[in-house]
Design a protein around this ligand. Structure first.
Ligand code: 719
Ligand code: MG
Length: 214
């Protein structure tokens, strides 16, 4: 039945990007998804907001929920200081295999730890498996109905500290109403909405940045 969409995205990277050049990998995926076929990457517009928050936080420890093809993984990892790593969780082995190749093509394999499996099982293992005390930065971009349970799990596992920053994609489209209620009503969070557009479209979407106050 031919190639999958992630496989076609990988081919576009191999054809149009320069090995070891993360900017060219990002540009190749954005060009392909804007002009050939849409895919659920955070994209170039929301990607600039992601970049600015990652740069501001300059995290020593970072977590991404939902790798998919690794587009936002590359965006985040390219901005990390030397010696720091991004842990990204992906439970679909086919997507994980593509993401590994895209991350490697960007030359960022040494800055990324891609762990295959469901976040619900993996989050409680972060301390003992990866020596994580807490996460400075978390990017939520997996199933939208999992943002609240996984945020609560991060709290319960003691993986958030005073000042940890959560950045959530798609809070308008497809939408995460429960999550917005949670972080906007809980006094332990200071939240702010960054208005943007759904990747590669003119439809409104945005990112919610929430600082855990401890
Ligand atoms: O649905 C969207 N994203 C989901 C991402 C899922 C990826 O994350 C992986 N994943 C999911 N849950 C978990 C999990 N844990 C939870 C389960 O145990 N643990 C580990 N990995 C997980 C999947 O395997 C995928 O790789 C979306 C849609 C639109 C959209 C907008 C408008 C439209 F018209 C159509 C679509 C736009 C977007 O930017 C979007 O992000
Ligand atoms: Mg998304």
């Amino acid at each position: 039945t031919g190639l999958s969409r992630p496989q076609r995205i990988l081919k576009a990277v191999q054809k149009n990007a320069t090995k070891g050049n993360p900017e060219s990998v990002i540009a190749a995926i954005d060009h392909y998804c804007r002009h050939s076929e849409w895919a659920m990457n955070v994209g170039d517009e929301k990607g600039l907001i992601l970049d600015s928050v990652v740069t501001e936080v300059n995290p020593s420890t970072a977590l991404e929920l939902g790798t998919y093809c690794g587009y936002s993984t590359v965006r985040i990892a390219r901005l990390l200081s030397p010696g720091t790593k991004l842990i990204t969780l992906e439970f679909n082995p086919d997507y994980a295999a593509i993401a590994r190749q895209i991350i490697a093509y960007a030359g960022l394999q040494d800055k990324v730890i891609l762990v295959e499996g469901p976040s619900g099982d993996l989050i409680p293992k972060m301390k003992q498996q990866h020596g994580i005390k807490s996460f400075d930065f978390v990017f939520l971009d997996h199933w939208k109905d999992r943002y609240v349970p996984d945020t609560k799990l991060l709290e319960e596992c003691g993986l958030l500290r005073k000042g940890s920053v959560l950045l959530a994609d798609n809070v308008i489209c497809p939408g995460t109403p429960e999550y917005l209620k949670y972080v906007r009503n809980d006094p332990r969070y200071e939240s702010r909405y960054f208005k943007s557009n759904l990747e590669y479209t003119k439809v409104e979407d945005g990112l919610e940045k929430s600082v855990f106050l401890g």
